[in-house]
Design a protein around this ligand. Structure first.
Ligand SMILES: C[S@@+](CC[C@H](N)C(=O)[O-])C[C@H]1O[C@@H](n2cnc3c(N)ncnc32)[C@H](O)[C@@H]1O
Length: 335
């Protein structure tokens, strides 16, 4: 992708949020619009869903519990299903009879991935471009889940100066190089991170675009459960020993630093850790919902077969089990 041309078209500087929006979701050149097969062991990054059937089995168990609690068979809505690994694993975990009476909806932003998911799963799933459309088809009640979704939303990046926060972005230099540079911040995003005692020079990310997106469809969701699985932490530990924040890229399983991103924009994944305190607080705004934050290890354990090396690895290897979190939002009183 010619990121320099995109930055020039925006006046020579773009915020990190716009940089990620272009690099990941530009309609023809964005990573998720083009590189549709690069998730998994042979791609740029692996997710739990592409490594083992355990997350699928646990989600099916959780869906059954939720259906029992509400006394009805809830449709399943997966958001941001990538190459459909998790949808296919859920297809298998449901088994023949439950599959027959279960509606499975996928919400996917990338048209190329929507086509891939339809091809991979056939009649089992129905794909929608937005939560609003999927919830309408589900009549408002659903078991909703996503794996590694919030981290893939464009994030604002801010740097702490002596008496203020500045917005970090990307500047096009006269020699055509693209460098990180800060501008005065017009309006701070709402985030728990600003109440932390952070040192001068600390860089933080805020997934404000995810917060907006989440808020947009909450009123349409009448009942069920929403499970969010991703890497990240509560705010009080998120930036421990991370003065430069958590923005990074992945290409062929190699970690890329922020400075390497402009040259590979459109050809690598770009991500930042999720501030789960922000997500928890957003969910708690919906009074009446019961909200719980777990490590992925604690969430998956009830279904784990520890004699299976892939499952044991998923739970034990540093990072996979405890750097990943699961946020559960139960809405059992129909709204
Ligand atoms: C990091 S990938 C995760 C893929 C998959 N869930 C997995 O675990 O392998 C992020 C996915 O979220 C999708 N996505 C990003 N923003 C979205 C949005 N607003 N609505 C639906 N899908 C979105 C991307 O296109 C991509 O499929």
């Amino acid at each position: 992708m010619n990121m320099a041309a995109h930055i020039a078209a925006h006046g020579g500087w773009v915020s990190n949020e716009l940089f990620m929006e272009l690099a990941l979701y530009h309609e023809s050149e964005g990573y998720y619009s083009r590189n549709v097969t690069d998730i998994g062991p042979r791609g740029d990054f692996s997710t739990a869903a592409t490594m083992s059937s355990l997350p699928a089995r646990r989600l099916v168990q959780h869906w059954s519990e939720c259906c029992r609690a509400l006394g009805r068979t809830l449709p399943i809505i997966e958001i941001g299903g990538g190459n459909a690994s998790l949808a296919l694993a859920i297809y298998r975990a449901l088994g023949f009879w439950r599959r027959l009476r279960t509606r499975y909806y996928m919400v996917e932003r990338s048209p190329a991935l929507r086509a891939l998911q339809t091809l991979a799963c056939g009649n089992f799933l129905r794909v929608f471009p937005s939560m609003q459309k999927a919830l309408k088809h589900a009549d408002g009640c659903a078991f909703i889940f996503c794996n590694e979704l919030p981290d893939a939303f464009p994030a604002r990046r801010l740097i702490h100066r002596a008496d203020s926060w500045q917005e970090l972005g990307w500047e096009l230099r006269p020699d055509a190089s693209i460098v990180q540079s800060a501008r005065p911040c017009r309006q701070l995003p709402a985030s728990s991170v600003f109440s932390q005692p952070l040192p001068e020079g600390q860089i933080v990310e805020v997934h404000e675009s995810y917060h907006r997106w989440y808020t947009e469809w909450q009123a349409l969701w009448k009942c069920g459960c929403f499970v969010t699985m991703d890497y990240g932490e509560p705010v009080d530990t998120l930036y421990h020993r991370r003065p430069h924040g958590t923005l990074r890229g992945y290409k062929a399983h190699t970690l890329l630093s922020p400075d390497e991103l402009p040259a590979l924009a459109g050809h690598c994944d770009i991500t930042a850790d999720v501030n789960f305190t922000d997500l928890l607080q957003l969910a708690q705004r919906n009074t009446g919902d019961i909200v719980q934050l777990l490590t992925q290890r604690d969430y998956l354990l009830p279904c784990a077969n520890l004699s299976d090396p892939a499952e044991a690895h998923l739970l034990r290897c540093p990072g996979a089990g405890d750097h990943f979190r699961v946020l559960i939002q139960n809405r059992f009183a129909v709204q």
